[in-house]
Each structure stands twice: as structure tokens, then as C-alpha cells.
Design a protein around this ligand. Sequence first.
Ligand code: FCB
Length: 480
Amino acid sequence: MSATDINGSAKAVRAFPKGFLWGAATAAYQIEGAATADGRGPSIWDTFSHTPGKVRGGDTGDIACDFYNRSAGDLDLIRGLGMAAFRFSISWSRVQPTGSGPINQAGLDFYRRLVDELHARDIAPAITLYHWDLPQALEDAGGWANRATAERFAQFAEIMAEAIGDACGDWMTLNEPQVCANNGYRLGVHAPGHTDDALAAAATHHLLLGHGLAVKRLRSLVPEARIGLALNLNTVRAHDAFSEQTALVLDAEQNRIFRDPILRGHYPDAARPHMLPPVSLVHDGDMELINAPLDFIGVNYYSPFHIRRSDPSQEHTDETPVAGRDDIVMFRPKDLPTTNMGWLVEPDGLYDMLMTVTAELPQGTRLYITENGCAAEDYVDPDGVVNDVERIAFMRGHLDAAWRAIQDGAPLDGYFQWSLLDNFEWAWGYQKRFGLVFTDYGTQRRIPKRSAGLFQHIARTNELPLEWNGDGAKLLVDAI
Ligand code: FCB
């Protein structure tokens, strides 16, 4: 395949299907700031980030990218980048400060304005209802370990459907529920910071139930909406026969624990019992609700897991034990680079995951890549340029993998880059930069990185160029 590039010469490209949706993804707590403005109530992430020792450097989302006050400029940026879609989440405690009871009209108005401003710029909103920021009052009542939270979430979905349902095409109930349950309730490294297997197993079921109840309400209130959710999925690779069974366990606990109930109506057999909700929590009818048809599955893909047999008598500092075993470890194969999160870079992992999920999708269900991206050690150089070569390589590799999956039958309708802007990266605070656009936090100045130029070119042409001239990227960035 060939096309004319921005410099007028012919070059090879990967052409994406007509209408393929190019966008960027964000989350409320990571970008909005304005933590106490206009009646917003506290969420578990306000509490967690204000607890000493929980977030690197004591960073909080109090100000973040100040998107709450700067959305108009940021939407111009999105438009300038040629994106047709913007994925953002709703801060539940901005809309309903205690997670139940009275609505905060000012919060609702913010999102109403946001979707109107997106439409005015021809950008399709892709809404995530829950990206990890539970109202603190609901956590005080037991959080996701409490079944009542699922019902509260469905009511919140209803509030949002009534307020902005007319304006939105794509709705995601939850973002990465596995991370909520595991990091928030089992490992304690995310809000609300519990370290309790039983709470995590209960949260797993109630997150799924909340999803199912919300889908039902959204279907009846916004029949024309496309509804799905975003799942974090990691391709698991065993390097020897000894580790194969453990790879199935890891895949079950990491990927299938949410995907199987949603796509197949049951929990995965291979997960260890303490990871699964006890039967007493699974009421009649729950699994049917959870298994209701979706329009799309959102794949958040960052990295694969590689595991192998290890010798417990040897110390290897770069190995992590897996699934309660001291003889099987996660490791970094020599040929795979890592990002500065320490995550392995392997675009084939994305290809394989897209093909695996494709084989499991019911007829008519589509796929989005709802997150993909990398953190890099970005900085503004003396020319004022952020030359993020790592991100450019990452993006090219993963888009090539996505393109190959489409050729091989994956029903992939769009790609959302994580993220539009550098933002509050949860327990890492502001140290980790994932944006196409550099955020100078002290001044809130936005500086499009070189990768933004490449993204803009791809979004405008609907093609991934196989050769990329960095200078061309700079020109495009300057033109934003
Ligand atoms: C995902 C989250 C997102 C962001 C990226 C780097 O797990 O959904 O908010 O933190 O990782």
C-alpha cells in the first residue's frame, strides 16, 4: 500500500478501515483538579492521596491539569490533533457528592457543557461512568465490598443518562474493574487501600453487578447508546512446560475474572478460590445481568506478562513470584524493552490479545482499544521540543499490531491513546508522564510532544506511515 506523505512523496502505509475512530483517553481524577469547587464531594482518591505515604511525593489530584477550568482550550487541542473522539470519565462525587441522595447541579452542568463543547467541535464523547473515584461516603458504608454500592452505581448511571444521554454515543460503565478490586482492596496500593482478600473478592462481584445493573438502566434510558466497558488485559506467556498451568491461573485471575462473567456468564474455573466471590454473594439473576449483551468491549493494553520456572535457591532481583508460587516468576525476557513504569513493551501481546478476545465475542460485539500508551522520561529540550522517541516507537509498534489484528478479523472500531495530557498517575503522582501533550504543571502550559504530531498525522489520514520523519512531526506540532 502506498500514499502521499506530508512531504509529497510516496510511502508505504497501514490503512485503517473507513470511519476508524481516533481519540485520546483521560480520567476525571487524573485531569480535572478543582477538587472542592462548586460543591464537589470527596472521593476515595482525595482521601487516599491526602494520606501520607500513599502517593509518591505526597502528590494529590487537587489541581492536576486543572481541566475543570481549562476544558475549552484542551478541547481545541484535541480538535487540533485531528481526533474524532475524546474518552473522559465522570467524577461521581462532583455530580452526587455523597454517592446517593442530592444531585449537585453545578457538577452536572460541567459535564453537560463538556459534551456540548465536544459536539460543537465535532468530537464524539466516549464516557466512562466510573474510573476509580468512588464517593468517600459510599466507601464509608463498605465501598464496593457492599452490594448496595452496585445499586447506587446504577442510580448514578441513570442520573447521567438523563442528563447527557441525548448527547453521547459511547458509554463505558467501568474502567479496569480488576485494578479496582485488586489494587484497591487486595494489595492496598490504590484507594481505598484495603489489603483483604475477602473484601477484594466481594468487590469483584459487586463491580460486575454494578456494571450489569447500569447496562440495564442505560439500555432503557438511552436505547441508541453504544454500551461497553474498558478491561485491562495482559497477554500471559509461559516460557516452559512447568509454568503453563500457572499461566492459566494468572490469565484467569488477571484477565478472565471480569471478562468471563461478562462474555460467558460465569467466573473462570482456573482462578484460585480466594480470588472468587463466595457463592453466598452471587444472588439468583446476578450472572444473567452481568452477561447481558454489549455493543463493544474496550481493551486497555499496556504490557504482557512473561513467566518461567525459577530456582528458589537463587536470588534474581528482576523476578517477581507469581500466583503464590516461589518456583515460578514473572521476568523480563532479554529482547523486550521496558517503559519507565518498568512495563514490558511487546506489540505482539496486543495482537494476540485482540485475537483472543475476538474469538470470544458474541456475534455483533465490536472492539475498541480504549487505552494504550507509555510513560517516558519526557522533558522540554532547549529548542522547546519534547522529543519523545520512545512513545513514537511504542505507538507505531502497537498500531501496526492493531492493524494486523484487523486484517486477521478483529472487529476493531477505534483506538484511544492513553493519554491526551500528562496527568496524575495514581500512586505515582506526577512523576510518570503518559501524555501526547506535555503538561508543565507549574504554569499549566500544554506543549504537544513530537508523538502528538505523529498521532495527528495518523488521525487525519487514517493511516499509519511505515516511515516517519521526526521533522515532519515537529512541523505538525507547531501548526497546532
Ligand atoms: C490504566 C488506567 C489509567 C492510567 C493508565 C496508565 O491502568 O486505566 O487511568 O493510569 O493505566
